[in-house]
Design a protein. Structure first.
Length: 128
């Protein structure tokens, strides 16, 4: 009788192994987008385009702070930081997330640093 009682149990160990292997696979293959680190209010534009490559996001606050990868970046260090990110993703373009209350001077500094770093595509983020 003891043999009959044990025959009805289901061993879940192989199923848990498969679930953990799938979990590890999806974690390893997922793409992580590096955010600029500052939430800006983007200006409204009449025409916008979607981007297809992973961008290098750079944000400008209304106070003129430049944010990249969650850190405030000094203008003199911006070119170096962009070059470091280009080494990680060679075909990436720069997307400038300028707050609608920020000045054009800071946006131009970012554009100049991106050009000096030889970025192929420089775009400014906007709302539809």
């Amino acid at each position: 009788m003891k043999d009959d009682e044990g025959a009805g149990e289901i061993d879940l160990t192989p199923m848990l192994d498969v679930v953990f292997i799938l979990l590890i696979f999806f974690i390893v293959t997922s793409v992580f987008v590096k955010e600029a680190g500052y939430d800006v209010t983007r200006p409204v534009a009449s025409t916008t385009e979607s981007i297809t490559v992973e961008p290098i996001l750079i944000a400008v606050s209304p106070a003129g702070e430049v944010w990249m990868d969650g850190d405030v970046v000094l203008p003199r260090n911006l070119r170096l930081r962009i070059e470091q990110r280009l080494a990680e993703t060679p075909n990436a373009g720069v997307v400038i997330q300028a707050d609608q209350d920020s000045t054009n001077e800071h946006v131009l500094e970012i554009m100049n640093a991106a050009r000096e770093a030889q970025v192929a595509s420089i775009q400014i983020a906007a709302e539809d």
